[in-house]
Design a binder for this molecule. Structure first.
Ligand SMILES: *Cc1c(COP(=O)(O)O)cnc(C)c1O
Length: 434
């Protein structure tokens, strides 16, 4: 075999952006008027580099997955070693050290008592499995509880079950008629918490589970709410025998200032969904964990009580090894120091800008800050504003992808003070210039 592939592209006289345009359909992209996609040739730490050598600060951690920086040498080494030993093996009837070791290391650091790990490929599938665990839990017990409770504006993924438990939005519009019915509740606050609790009590007899993003609704616009109210909702669910699912796909692995957002709760959920930062952003992998209470409801001589779910690449050994390496880095005390450093700097920055006339609201949890841009009533301005801001920051060598009129920073934990200051100053100049 040669150093390059033996299959040269038939259109190789074109540049990569042009070749891309001919054959690729990109995610979350209106392809009719999409900006040319920027070819990235290399990543290092908080930076990615394009073909021309231009450097970009990845201030959104490449869609929230990259927690330790790009091409991390320790993760790369562990992955390369594993590639020469075992790339993959069927996970029904067989097992392997990386999958078992990852489960052994992860379960004890999850908040509350978690006993079993179920592997899948991504965040959406981790959510699908969590929902199936809950629905079949009640089915196996012969108790007809099939309703699901979720937050308005939630986002739990793009497969059909995950879409169903997500808020109805432009993302789901074409499919709304096909999504199953879900009971949506408001985010809790001082004023509505008593109401929400009685709502939950009333849903007791028919509701299988409550799925939530703890502390922050990510794609919904970085909407934040307080741990103490979530604690009360989980307590109400426990009283009503409604199972609870913490979707920590985005909040897991240090994002909110603690290893997991649910560490801030007294009442712990029955199930966790993990992905995104799990492998340090190196490979796709999803995990759903549960307590023995749930697992044991599937143990039976009756074949119908089995959890019939599995993906071809379940527990891929390379992805498990990437996760083990990422965990080593996460649990190193330097990483927690970095997380606290980012948290403190964010707080200072928000104080500086929160009274700016163009700032409608600011929100902050852990390593995430969100700045809501004042738009008055003009919704057409809103869509053009998002594109203006996106291009403005790209031009300055920063990847920030506003959610409509909401700019957020969600950086890899290795971002330096200098680079953070550069991102802050770009946002400040955007507030003046746009
Ligand atoms: C991104 C996300 C998902 C979906 O994960 P994918 O890997 O993109 O399928 C689910 N839940 C939350 C909270 C997310 O942020």
């Amino acid at each position: 075999m040669s150093d390059t592939f033996n299959t040269p592209a038939p259109t190789s006289n074109l540049n990569l952006t042009e070749r891309d345009q001919k054959v690729i359909w990109h995610p979350y992209t209106q392809m009719k008027n999409a900006l040319p996609h920027i070819p990235i040739v290399r990543g290092e730490g908080v930076y990615v580099f394009d073909e021309k050598g231009k450097k970009y600060i990845d201030a959104v951690s490449s869609w929230w997955v990259n927690i330790h920086g790009h091409s991390h040498p320790y993760i790369a080494k562990k992955v390369a070693e594993q590639l020469n030993v075992l790339e993959h093996v069927i996970f029904a009837g067989f097992t392997h050290e990386p999958a078992v070791l990852l489960a052994e290391r992860l379960l004890p650091i999850l908040p509350g008592q978690q006993d079993k790990v179920f592997y899948t490929d991504n965040g959406s599938t981790a959510v699908e499995v969590a929902l199936k665990m809950c629905l079949q839990y009640w089915n196996n017990k012969g108790i007809p509880k099939t309703k699901i409770l979720a937050f308005k504006n939630a986002y739990h993924g793009d497969t059909f079950g995950a879409m169903s438990v997500s808020g109805r939005s432009i993302f789901t519009d074409a499919f709304n008629g096909l999504l199953f019915d879900v009971e949506f509740i408001d985010l809790p606050n001082e004023d509505n918490i008593a109401n929400l609790k009685s709502q939950i009590a009333n849903l007791k007899s028919k509701t299988a589970c409550f799925i939530f993003e703890p502390l922050i609704l990510g794609s919904g616009g970085m909407l934040m709410y307080e741990a103490k109210y979530l604690d009360e909702l989980i307590f109400a669910c426990n009283e009503a025998e409604i199972l609870t699912i913490a979707d920590e796909v985005m909040t897991g692995f240090g994002r909110t200032g603690t290893y997991f957002a649910c560490e801030k709760l007294t009442n712990k959920p029955d199930i966790f969904c993990l992905s995104k930062g799990l492998t340090g952003g190196t490979m796709p992998l999803g995990i759903t964990t549960c307590s023995n209470k749930i697992f044991e409801a599937f143990l039976s001589e009756d074949k119908l009580k089995t959890l019939y779910h599995g993906h071809s690449f379940t527990a891929n050994p390379i992805a498990c090894v990437a996760s083990l390496a990422s965990l080593d880095i996460l649990l190193d005390s330097k990483t927690l120091q970095n997380i606290k450093r980012i948290e403190n700097k964010h707080a200072v920055f928000l104080e500086e800008i929160k009274s700016h006339t163009k700032v409608k609201a600011v929100r902050h949890t852990g390593t995430i800050i969100a700045i809501e841009w004042e738009t008055g009533n003009e919704t057409s301005y809103l869509s053009s504003l998002r594109n203006l801001l996106y291009a403005y920051f790209l031009d300055k060598g920063i990847i920030l992808r506003p959610l409509g009129n909401i700019i957020y920073i969600l950086p890899p934990y290795v971002i330096s003070d200098e680079d953070l200051d550069y991102v802050y100053s770009a946002i400040k100049s955007a507030l003046e210039e746009i």
